[in-house]
Design a protein around this ligand. Sequence first.
Ligand code: MOS
Length: 701
Amino acid sequence: MTTTTQATAVTGAVGTAHTRVEGRDKVTGAARYAGEIPFDELAHGWLVLSTVARGRIRSVETAAVLGMPGVLTVLHHGNAPRVDSDYVGMLGAPDPTAAVFQHERVPHMGWPVALVVAETSEQAREAAEALVVHYEEEPHDVTFSAGHPDAYQVDGFMPAVTEKGDLEAELAASALVVDAEYTTPEEHHNPMEPHAATALWDGGRLEVVDSNQGTAWVASEIANMFSLDPASVRVRSEHVGGGFGSKGLRAHQVAAVMAATGLQRPVRVVMTRRQMFSLAGYRSPTTQRIRLGARADGRLRALDHSSLSLTSTVHEFVEPSAGVARVMYDADAHHTANRVVRLDVPTPTWMRAPGEAPGSFAVEAALDELAEKCGVDPIELRVRNEPETGPVSGLPFSSRNLLACFREGARRFGWADRDPRPGLRRDGRWLLGTGTAAASFGAGAGPSTAAMTAEADGTFTVRINAADIGTGARTALTLVAADALEVAPDRVQVRIGDSDFGPAWIAGGSMGTRSWAWAVTAAAGELRERLALNTGIPPEGITVQSDTTAAIGALARKERHSFGAQFAEVAVDPATGEVRVRRMLGIFAAGRIVNPLTARGQLVGGMIWGISMALHEEAVRDRASGGHYGADLAGYHVAAHADVPLVEADWVDDPDPDDPVGIKGIGEIGIVGAAAAIANAVWHATGVRHRHLPIRPDRVL
Ligand code: MOS
């Protein structure tokens, strides 16, 4: 495989492929995950979830299970300590789903109603399964639909509505109009490592050993919720087996802290795979209407994108799918709106590329429909609609190399030979087609602190509260530190995942590596100045601290995004409805690439998730019970090896002009546009537009 990124720095660390620094520990089992770190006197909690979708808890029959072997306590709304969920945390108001056992109300199927704690995990589970809870049931509504009467506009983490120009007038004056509704289903992230936390009090400090996307964040949430001095809470999370947005503060950490406080011994709570379907958050289903009005040559006069998602009655979370067009395409009249409806379901959350993943499916599929109507090649259509500045913000782009991605992708994919007419190519019983789509994701940085020590033995130790959720962040930071110090990477040790290392941005928003690399680079600069003044290093080493708050605050306002071009080739069997992806190529302009090896894995992983999204993933709710059909990885289909063909990811040079290392962020963009490229390829193969995901065999037939 080739890469267009060259190693440029003195040591050649950044930009050169490196295996993970903790790789050996991971494959030999030496790396311990949160649920397998041993503690003396460890007790085990097992969550009991509601079996009704709405109502009240009438009674929790604890007496019978308290007599079962090993059982230590049963926590529920009648005896649990009160907590505070009315505060504003690092990412806004908390999801009170985590504030368990505070009231008798049951807002959805799978709501935590009790925690059974026992000497062993098996005893806790047996008692939890034996625990009888009586409910007063109330009628529930779990049915999501475009026309739901209770839908309302809401800001979430971006404005609900943007508008300019006279939409209806521009649509009426357009030579060509696309007006279509797209839907995406409820989708679940299932990190390989389930959520797990152990809480204990140690010398007056609360310690939580956890699996999360930011220990400083989770520690501050716990301190807020339990009204504790932030300095008295320590959260550690050294190795994390996947996150995707779900690993913040959730019911299991809070329940573990409550039990550890009451019992005054360490308590561990681990989610089961099934429990994760109601406790870990998920991606809301969406219904999205897109209206495009264009001149005969494909240039847009009107763009309208309205998206509806759902949330729970507990907390307002918005999947902001209509945000995509605010960055991607301009039009004389431009309107985008996000709406939400509250149903009796668990609260959705951030799930890899929140907004962009479902939003790009609709926008990029609609663009393909417009290309067909205009008789313009889909790539040429995007060239004609490439904006000079942010379509809604009017701000300049920090850099926007979308067209370079399309050029390089088209060349490598063989796009030039493509006959645009659908339904013409055959390979035996298979119909063949190709499709493309654009991708974008925000490229930001959050304030972080880092400590860097020059050790007496000539090595360097970095302490930064980063989270490596499987992305390779620890290795990336090792390379960044080595380059900044101008030393070989094996002289640098990076320690992460400990709230005692001070505040730092989370592994989220595709901002982790960039945010932490900035702080590491700043610390290295200062340390080199200090070392230049010194003749020797004392036994305790020389340590400096960095804080990027001021530098990031001083950044000029720009549209800051990564971009990409996705290509897919599919084969469709019209007799069975089966769709097979034959190959995919993604070319990205996503800032300087720190470690091509893990970066490629991150991008390919996102593209494979796009295959899953296009063809497989769909959580189905039973209207009668309000719960899922098949809340497990047998019933919830994800792409398996046999579904994954040749998938290639590469990039064009795109160093961020305002970042000390040139990084933008690659965490989420891999999934963006991937499902649209596949859906567009299915149209090219068959001549049929599929506007509802997943493209199941029964929908193809
Ligand atoms: Mo990501 S959805 O910001 O973990």
